[in-house]
Design a protein around this ligand. Structure first.
Ligand SMILES: Cc1cc2nc3c(=O)[nH]c(=O)nc-3n(C[C@H](O)[C@H](O)[C@H](O)COP(=O)(O)OP(=O)(O)OC[C@H]3O[C@@H](n4cnc5c(N)ncnc54)[C@H](O)[C@@H]3O)c2cc1C
Length: 494
């Protein structure tokens, strides 16, 4: 395959080369593990978060997309069979990680009874009278890939039987809609389920360190400040403590912070906020909605601002999380170069007033869903306890960006998870390592992840970029929630 001239980079071969990875989220962790497994001896991960202490917990000050209670795993990718295959590869790897944990290979604070992936199914529901084309394509494509009974249609009695035989009967109508005389049409992905994200990242960090990866973490020690340059090349990074860290290759994997660190990405991706509501359930409801009885789910996922909902079983601590991505918001700020760029703002961002309130529009959709699908929550006095803005890095076409930065052959960017990369924590690093080593570059996914600029043809664009403060999705233009909005009895009457 011919690669753009800016990316004609000599493949990585020298196992002694120093490699700096900036960012210890999904992309950084996975890359570190796979490089170390391939024999690279001098890999260091930098992060501004003190992850050894905070253990990737949102409650302990972590605000990366990867640092979360849970994320959905699914193989269901409609017509995008290349991501379906990547998920099938990841499914094996998640089960392998669970097996390693069960054998006692765990960091302090985890036990062999912990799991990082629960195969409790992922249910995709619609409010339409028939299944949307995406779901039908998934059923067909998983069948053709050799998984004939993995996608089960909720209204098909023979599929309900299969789900029951597999111990996933609860996941066909987990909201008890039928009992209330309501519709529950959807597809249950039986390969799907729930990843325990914070625990999985902490386990990945442990794996990386066991393989010899070094870490430099902390708000000054580990924070990227600038690139080091010599003779026009980038030769490492400087951290906020003023230290220089020279390297042969630098990998930038800073999630939502990546576009501000690499403004070259302006026409490729942008950071946007998803809205999340967290409820602490009383013990009986937490048991009712635990992963033993309840799948991860999605509702009207591709139906615009009134849809884009997803959620999870209650955690072992009783927290239930519901997310909304029907509208993804931006936080445009003027940068040093005079351009406006969206930057993450979270509960933990210094010098910001926001405490992770979410837009009332997002909250209204979430509350309407709870009123329609989870009426026992408000009936039992449950309210929303906490909200969170969680930052995506969206490319214009929803594909990741895994490629060398034009004009900087020593720098590779691994980012633009576009709302779906967590599930690839155990395996995406192998693909990043392949790009670095120049292997299999003609594979469809690797081609999709190449550096690319936003095209002129509007019909190819999935996510609009860089609309700035004039754009309708700017947080500045959006009404944000107050504690009064978090009461569930008010349903959607905001
Ligand atoms: C709301 C939401 C829901 C999602 N749901 C799912 C899902 O259900 N299933 C799924 O598969 N995927 C999901 N995703 C996508 C997935 O979470 C992301 O694709 C993935 O976590 C991104 O990982 P990352 O490594 O790119 O970024 P991040 O996880 O954001 O990590 C970036 C790291 O870089 C560090 N960093 C930033 N700036 C600096 C600096 N200057 N110096 C040093 N370190 C720095 C940060 O501290 C952080 O640790 C979701 C994403 C969001 C936002």
């Amino acid at each position: 395959m011919s690669r753009p001239s800016t990316q004609a980079v000599p493949p990585l071969q020298d196992k002694d080369v120093k490699i700096n990875i900036v960012g210890a989220g999904v992309f950084g962790l996975s890359t570190a593990i796979h490089l170390a497994q391939r024999g690279y001896k001098r890999v260091t991960i930098f992060d501004k978060q003190p992850y050894h202490e905070s253990r990737y917990s949102y409650f302990n000050g972590c605000d990366a997309a990867s640092a979360d209670m849970n994320k959905i795993f699914r193989s269901a990718y409609g017509g995008q069979t290349e991501y379906q295959s990547l998920s099938i590869e990841a499914f094996e790897a998640w089960n392998q990680w669970n097996a390693e944990i069960a054998s006692g290979e765990v960091p302090p604070g985890m036990t062999k009874d912990d799991k990082v992936f629960v195969n409790n199914g992922n249910l995709s529901l619609t409010d339409k009278p028939s299944l949307p084309p995406f779901e039908l394509a998934t059923v067909r494509n998983m069948h053709e890939a050799g998984f004939p009974d993995s996608q089960l249609i909720t209204y098909d009695p023979s599929h309900v039987k299969i789900a029951t035989e597999r111990g996933l009967g609860f996941a066909i109508d987990p909201f008890d809609r039928q009992k209330r005389g309501q519709e529950y049409l959807g597809v249950l992905d039986t390969t799907g389920g729930t990843t325990l994200a914070d625990k999985a990242c902490f386990f990945a960090l442990y794996k990386a360190e066991r393989l010899g990866v070094r870490t430099v973490f902390g708000p000054t020690l580990g924070a990227f400040e600038s690139f080091l340059r010599a003779d026009g090349e980038i030769v490492g990074i400087r951290t906020l403590d003023g230290k220089s860290h020279y390297s042969g290759r630098t990998i930038i994997a800073c999630g939502g912070w990546t576009p501000t660190l690499l403004p070259e990405l302006d026409s490729v991706c942008e950071t946007t906020a998803g809205s999340v509501a967290i409820m602490k359930l009383p013990t009986d409801l937490a048991r009712r909605y635990s992963a033993k009885n309840f799948p991860s789910w999605m509702y009207k996922m591709r139906d615009g601002a009134e849809g884009g909902l997803y959620g999870f079983p209650a955690t072992s601590e009783g927290y239930m999380k519901i997310g909304y991505r029907g509208t993804k918001y931006t936080n445009p700020k003027v940068q040093k170069d005079g351009r406006e760029r969206s930057v993450p703002v979270t509960r933990y961002t210094e010098a910001e007033q926001i405490v992770d309130q979410i837009p009332t529009q997002a909250l209204a959709v979430i509350k309407q869903f709870i009123a329609d699908f989870l009426p026992d929550l408000p009936a039992n006095g449950v309210n929303i306890d906490m909200t969170r803005l969680c930052w995506y890095t969206d490319s214009w076409d929803n594909h990741f960006v895994i490629d060398h930065v034009p004009e900087h052959k020593n720098v590779l960017v691994a980012s633009a998870g576009s709302g779906h990369a967590f599930k690839y924590l155990p395996n995406i690093g192998a693909w990043v390592a392949d790009v670095l080593e120049g292997k299999g570059l003609d594979r469809q996914l690797i081609r999709s992840w190449q550096w690319r600029t936003r095209p002129d043809q509007e019909d190819r664009i999935i996510n609009e970029l860089m609309q700035g403060s004039a754009g309708r999705r700017s947080l500045k233009k959006t009404e944000l929630s107050t504690p009064r909005h978090l009461k569930l009895r008010q349903t959607a009457n905001l």
